[in-house]
Ligand binder design. Structure first.
Ligand code: GLN
Length: 525
């Protein structure tokens, strides 16, 4: 079958769950046996998400090939189980810089370089570039809201794409519910549909995001009539408790079946909820996890870490209660209330002393604790300071320090030159407790983990001191870079230079998070 493209746009306002809808649609189609690829077109001018503040735009996710993307790509990978690459994250910044570089090289042979056709042609080319021939569906989400000035060239490109490809337009808009008059209001969606129509795009499916209310369905008729659609192509997208409830709703409403019908694809047999991968469980316990943070928009800024905790908790049949504690105003005593502590990654010195205090408390009071990237680097500093009595710090936020146990690679190791940032997937070899925890993921003792950091542990100068505190049990295969460690006589005290949260899945949680939760549950007993 030739490639079918589903373009997903959002109307009325942002935050309606386009990314979630894209992921759930991909997952349902994958379970039906189709080969699915996912892509995101981002209207902003940043070339990638590397410099975006997590407080403004949510966490920065890192793909296998080291592209820094926004959190939606993380949701695609986690929920739909797809692997994304640099080709799947296309920003206006990337497109414009390629067009301008082309103009400087003289590629356009004297033409006047314009949004249409040069930018739009580049977008169209990127939409379908580097896609395996046997791919059945490409799900392509357009960031932003229909009508935004930044997104106009994307809308024009996806319209033109229908001239050469088999295309469906799925639109998700807000449908407010007015309590006083007890009715849904369809006007905002009517407006966003007419905005789309202005660009020559007629939605084929409309999802109406709203608060849950099972009343009469006359709103469906109204929207269908206005958008020239069959009523069966208008779906509710109610607010739900969890993403898994969203999946269940789309599954029960037959979103994937309607998509297959539209593209005249035969549906395979009816899939059961279990086959779709919906978790069937009841929570037996609660687990309280303290996340020692710096950013304020917790759910977005630490999205992958929180999802990783949830996956591991579900796997262990418990409900995770993740509480963010700002490290600037941490009173360590409050950590006593928690079963586990996580110190996540981050950049810059703000809040690091509070994090170090939390780590000391976890180490001394045997509270299961995971340090990720910056968290791991701070574990090193804490251990050297409080166990070995070396007043250490990282050269990232403390210049001219006598004992920088964390430094840039060329500061720590002669003859080893680093780029500015170590990004993407690199192999690590494991031993000791770490090897035990990773047993299902190791191949010949090696596992690939994703990285995003500049600074490294200076094990050349501090090896002896480090070994007084930690078991140095994860290394790059050439033994040049320390990747992780644990403390033997502790219920769980693990630090890793990489980001395990970027490779965790619903029924296959990351082993470090799984073991962290298990250690927390053990302590409860
Ligand atoms: N700031 C630290 C570094 O660059 C840690 C980065 C991170 O936690 N992702 O090495």
């Amino acid at each position: 079958m030739s490639l079918k493209i589903i373009f997903i746009t959002g109307g009325v306002m942002s935050g309606l769950g386009k990314g979630v809808t894209a992921s759930m649609t991909a997952l349902l189609l994958k379970k039906r046996g189709f080969k699915v690829r996912m892509r995101k077109l981002e209207p902003y001018l940043n070339v990638d998400a590397g410099t975006l503040s997590p407080d403004q735009h949510g966490e920065v996710f890192v793909t296998e090939d080291g592209t820094e993307t926004d959190m939606d790509i993380g949701n695609y990978e986690r929920f739909a189980g797809v692997t994304c690459t640099k080709d799947d994250y296309i920003t206006s910044g990337k497109i414009f810089s390629e067009v301008i570089q082309g103009e400087r090289r003289g590629d356009y042979l004297g033409e006047t370089v314009q949004i249409i056709p040069h930018v739009t042609n580049m977008i169209m080319e990127r939409i379908t570039s580097n896609i395996d021939e046997d791919t059945d569906f490409l799900i392509c989400e357009i960031g932003g809201t229909v009508g935004d000035i930044e997104g106009l060239s994307f809308l024009e490109s996806i319209r033109q794409k229908s001239r050469s490809c088999d295309v469906m337009y799925l639109h998700i808009g807000l449908m407010p519910f007015l309590k006083k008059s007890e009715e849904f209001k369809t006007k905002p969606i009517q407006h966003s549909v007419s905005e789309l129509q202005k660009f020559g795009i007629k939605p084929d499916i409309i999802l109406c995001r709203s608060t849950k209310y099972y009343g009469d369905l006359s709103w469906k008729k109204k929207i269908a009539m206005f958008a020239n659609l069959d009523e069966e192509m208008v779906f509710p997208a109610w607010d739900q408790e969890s993403l898994y409830d969203v999946l269940e709703q789309y599954y029960e409403d037959g979103l994937d079946a309607k998509i297959c019908k539209f593209f005249k694809q035969k549906m395979t047999k009816h899939l059961t909820k279990q086959e779709i991968g919906m978790p069937s469980f009841h929570y037996e316990k609660n687990i309280r996890v303290a996340l020692i943070t710096k950013y304020n928009k917790i759910n977005d800024s630490y999205c992958s870490v929180i999802e990783a905790v949830k996956h591991a908790a579900m796997y262990n049949r418990c409900k995770a209660d993740v509480v963010a504690i700002n490290s600037d105003c941490l009173a360590t005593e409050e950590l006593k209330e928690f079963d586990c502590i996580i110190v996540p990654g981050g950049f810059g010195g703000r809040g690091t002393e509070g994090k170090i205090n939390a780590l000391q408390f976890a180490r001394e009071n045997d509270i299961p604790c995971l340090g990720i990237c910056l968290g791991m680097q701070l574990m090193v500093i804490e251990g050297l300071r409080n166990v070995v009595n070396i007043d250490s710090n990282s050269s990232e936020f403390c210049k001219n320090i006598e004992n920088p146990a964390i430094g840039l690679i060329d500061e720590c190791m002669e003859n080893v030159k680093g780029g500015t940032m170590r990004l993407g997937q690199y192999p690590c070899k494991m031993s000791g407790k770490m090897q035990e925890m990773y047993k299902d993921r190791l191949q010949d003792g090696i596992v690939s983990e994703r990285h995003r950091h500049r600074y490294e542990v200076n094990h050349l100068h501090y090896r002896e001191a480090l070994e007084k505190v930690f078991n140095l049990s994860a290394w790059s295969p050439d033994n040049i870079l320390l990747e992780g460690f644990e403390i033997k006589d502790h219920s769980f005290y693990v630090g890793v230079q990489f980001h395990p949260e970027f490779q965790t899945y619903l029924n296959n949680p990351h082993p470090l998070f799984d073991n962290l939760i298990k250690a927390g549950l053990n302590k409860q007993n």
